[in-house]
Design a protein around this ligand. Sequence first.
Ligand code: ATP
Ligand code: MG
Length: 270
Amino acid sequence: MKNSAALRVVGQDTASEITAAVEINDFHVWFDEAPVLRGISLALQKHRINCIIGPSGSGKSTLIRSLNRMNDDVEGYSFKGSIHFDGEPILRKSVNVATLRTDIGMVFQKPCVFPKSIAENVLFGVQYVKKLSRQERLHLVEANLKAVSLWKEVSHRLHDRAGSLSIGQQQRLCIARTLAVKPKVILLDEPTSSLDPVSTRAIEDLMLELRQEYTIVFVTHNIQQAQRVADQLVFMCNGGVIEQGPKQKLFGNPENEQTRKYLNEEYCDC
Ligand SMILES: Nc1ncnc2c1ncn2[C@@H]1O[C@H](COP(=O)(O)OP(=O)(O)OP(=O)(O)O)[C@@H](O)[C@H]1O
Ligand SMILES: [Mg+2]
């Protein structure tokens, strides 16, 4: 990791220095000149679940889509400010966006499997990154399906269409596809919003395991879910960060009245 900045985390109860995987500095976004993000500054911590919450339209998706340059292709998009990943600026024109997206992978709200077999879905991204032998392909399929606890359920039907899986299984397959390219950061934008409670818990357990090796940035509307899985919590409203810090601090002793209201599921008028 080059030039990484060690940041002191506000509210951290030990004096430890935590290394940020992603640093966002005074970041603004406009769509067609309408302001959507208004000067966001955040340090997303390595090997933690960084959970972003906030009302609909507050800019959560716009923010995480900016981290792997998904907004670049949106007509009318403009920005100001900087984002660094592993100490390197990622918003410069010269940055190789394909490489950036292998480092910072994304899982969307609705599972988005390709009309191919289960095995081909796992290999979909990684085969563009490197040429693989048959043995390597078999290994990658098994290892990544095991990583998302799907192997036992699908090992006997790897050549079936991915679309034949349940929605919860499809979402885990999408995560396996993201893991196969060996990202360092995984962005998850409301990954459980279309899932039943059992599949939701499976994804939550998976995130808790994955944070040992990956940095997770996770958007959810579900306050209980944030309480279950977040390490760090970021509360966004109206294009700005209202409060950020360790989960225990925001739930137990928030500094901002709007944070308290939102986390208590009261009307928030920020
Ligand atoms: N492609 C776009 N063109 C124009 N405006 C956009 C575009 N994408 C998002 N916006 C606007 O930016 C604002 C923030 O949207 P965003 O999707 O980031 O919010 P969000 O917090 O993710 O909301 P939700 O919780 O409903 O998913 C909204 O006002 C939205 O209408
Ligand atoms: Mg969104």
